[in-house]
Each structure stands twice: as structure tokens, then as C-alpha cells.
Write a protein that binds this ligand. Sequence first.
Ligand code: C2E
Ligand code: MG
Ligand code: MG
Ligand code: MG
Length: 275
Amino acid sequence: QAKSEGRGNLRFFDPVIQARLEERIALESELRLAIERDQLELFYQVQVDENDRLQGVEALLRWRHPVRGLVPPAAFIGLAEESGLILPIGHWVLETACAQLLAWAGDARTAQLSIAVNVSARQFRQDDFVQQVGGVLERTGAPPRRLKLELTESTVLEDIESTIVKMKALRAFGVRFSMDDFGTGYSSLQYLKRLPLDQLKIDQAFVRDIIDDADDAVIVQAIIAMSHALGLEVIAEGVETREQQQLLGQQGCRFFQGYLFGKPVPLDELAQRLR
Ligand code: C2E
Ligand code: MG
Ligand code: MG
Ligand code: MG
């Protein structure tokens, strides 16, 4: 709610809106310093197969703020995208995940694990994104096949031709791709067929009600059948109960992620579990 006093002169008088604006500005300037102040951290959530065997992890960003505490991505990713800060932050995430992959590569118990990294649309759209990823892989020495990039439907559909070119170039390094939050966007089968994907990730919104909602169960079944017809692996996210896992398993899903197997945890907690 703003009152206009002559051309181009907006004055905000709603104290709630004013406070929100100030909060946003404060958050942005703090986020700008978060990398150099070493406040960003990757949490890791396990991904398992049908026998509960560990296949890999998803890296999930957290901001360890001295006053605000542990800030979840929902509270700052949007802001990071709008301000452009997602570019250095996304780069930091890639570097950190790849350094972790290298650390795991030397140990037989962890060498097979993959790390899935979320890539935001703005990050992927950069002209030099392929070179950036190539540079990070080269500098860190991480095994490219263990790096899985998670893209969303809206990211890939923004410019499908250039998406395909970039994905192919990254696949040439060995990098793999998962389509995150699948089912919430608008990809047509025509597009799906053309994208060089490895995996579809069923959005947790469908998994949540799969036991009680027959429609969701049918949608999930269709996603799994379609994925397999296209030669794609399927993983379900947000799996919280054995019942959900069983139903998904009956429908042919073989990979799972969710609180049932573990919440996202800091590296040292994951390391304990790996021992
Ligand atoms: P996402 O990639 O779809 O990640 C899954 C989210 O679901 C994570 O939330 C995870 O903690 C949560 N989750 C996992 N299992 C369960 C479960 O069983 N039940 C429920 N209720 N939730 C579960 P988180 O960590 O808060 O991340 C939220 C979103 O933030 C992510 O959604 C992703 O879109 C974004 N994000 C996280 N890290 C990054 C990053 O490094 N870069 C970018 N661009 N986005 C990120
Ligand atoms: Mg994800
Ligand atoms: Mg997701
Ligand atoms: Mg999501």
C-alpha cells in the first residue's frame, strides 16, 4: 500500500510493509557477506535403494547466522535469486559438494556415493555455466560421474534448446541430471523425451498423500511407468513412512529420500552414519 505524491514519488506508510522492506534489505546485505564470513553450510540427506542401502546424498544449503540461527533455504533462496547473489552462492555450493566428492573418492566405503546439487534457474542460465562446472570439477578433482545436478521443470523449459545444449555438454564430462519436484510443473512428454536426463524425482507433494489420496497414487504410478518407459531412474522424495515406501516400491520406484531414512544433517553427523 503506497501513497503517491506526484510522479515517481512513492512513500510507504504502512508500517508492516515498511518493516518487511527493511528486513529484506538487512537480510540481503547480510547474505552478501555470508560466504566470506563462512556462514554457509551444506547439510546432507541420504538417498537409499529398495534395500535401504545408501546410494548417495542430496546437498541442502543452510545459512548459519550468528543471530538468526540456522536459516533454511526457503528463507533466503528467493532473495538470493532476485538479488543475483545466487550466482556466487551456487558456485560455492558446487565447489563444496565437489570437494566432498573428492574426499569420499579415496575411501572404498564412500567412493560410490553421489552428491545431488540443486541448481537454480538463474545459475543454469549463465552463458558460462558449463565452463564453471567444468572448472570446478577440474580444480577439485572430483569424479564427475558422482555429481548429479538437480534442475526443475521451469528451469529446463525456460529455453529448451539451450538447456539441451548445456546438458549435453555437461554430460560429456560425465555429470548426471535429475529433474527435481517432478509433477509440479508443466513439462510435456515431448520435452521430457528430448532432455538428456538420468532421473526423475517425484515431488513430495504426491508422496505425502499417496496412502490416502487415490488420485495422488494414480499420478505417482503414471510418473513411475512413464519414467521407466523413457529409460529414466525414479526417486521419490519426502518419504516419511514405511507404508509410503512400500506402496511406491509396489509401483516400481526403487530409490527413496525422506525423513524415514534420515533428515538433512551436517557433514559430521553423516560421517558418523557412514562409519
Ligand atoms: P528440494 O530440492 O526439493 O529439497 C527437498 C526438501 O524437502 C528439503 O528442504 C528437505 O529437507 C525436505 N525434505 C526431505 N525429506 C523430507 C520429508 O520426508 N518430509 C518433509 N516434510 N520434508 C522433507 P530444504 O532443505 O529446506 O530445502 C528446500 C528447497 O530449497 C529445496 O527443495 C531446493 O529447492 C532449495 N535448495 C536447497 N539447497 C539449495 C541450493 O544449494 N541451491 C539452490 N538453488 N536451491 C537449494
Ligand atoms: Mg532438490
Ligand atoms: Mg524436490
Ligand atoms: Mg521442493
